[in-house]
Design a protein around this ligand. Structure first.
Ligand code: ADP
Length: 182
């Protein structure tokens, strides 16, 4: 359900994204689309080989050189409760170069793909905050600001945070942006 303003409902919770009962979960993939560690590894492990099969097909067709940073593409979610996985490639954090526009692109483009699919509920992990080292307090502000400013037909946007620190960072960011979340 959207609220009275038509904006999607925003939910923040601590959990494992592979367990979410939503239409689409977002994967913090790497550009190879062929799997990795962290949330990517968990999604492929629990979703089964169908996901990798579609990723390989994407590499053989549209994305011969890999999925560029900031872009998003969907596959089946295999055996996961979700219907689709939306793979997006976050930027590696850099202290010397501002890559926040690319992190925003991940969120905006994932929502565009969700709209194309007709997804009503979508779950995001804290993209780039693991192996790609983005400080979670900063990533949370970028993520929440971007999704709250992106026009979408998605009705629920859920952020699934893997630990207490990430959850606290997202709650704090929502407060600082004046967004209501539950
Ligand atoms: P990136 O390469 O974009 O940094 P990672 O997968 O290394 O991606 O980390 C992104 C975030 O996902 C981190 O905050 C990590 O703690 C979190 N994470 C790892 N596994 C899961 C999971 N199963 N569900 C939700 N979040 C997860």
């Amino acid at each position: 359900m959207t609220d009275a303003s038509g904006a999607p409902r925003l939910t923040l919770l601590r959990g494992d994204i592979t367990e979410q009962q939503v239409d689409a979960i977002v994967n913090a993939a790497n550009s190879s689309l062929l799997g990795g560690g962290g949330v990517d590894g968990a999604i492929h492990r629990r979703g089964g080989p169908e996901i990798l099969k579609e990723c390989r097909a994407l590499r053989a067709s549209h994305y011969g050189r890999g999925l560029p940073t900031g872009q998003a593409v969907a596959t089946t979610a295999g055996r996961l409760p979700a219907r689709w996985v939306i793979h997006t490639v976050g930027p590696v954090f850099s202290a010397s170069e501002d890559r926040s526009a690319l992190l925003a692109d991940c969120h905006r483009n994932s929502l565009l793909v969700a709209d194309e699919l007709g997804a009503q509920a979508i779950a995001f992990p804290a993209i780039s905050t693991g192996v790609y080292r983005w400080p979670v307090e900063d990533a949370a502000v970028i993520a929440l600001r971007t999704v709250s400013q992106s026009p979408t037909r998605v009705e629920e946007i859920r952020f699934v945070l893997f630990d207490d620190r990430a959850l606290a960072a997202f709650q704090q960011a929502a407060d600082s942006l004046g967004l209501s979340a539950n």
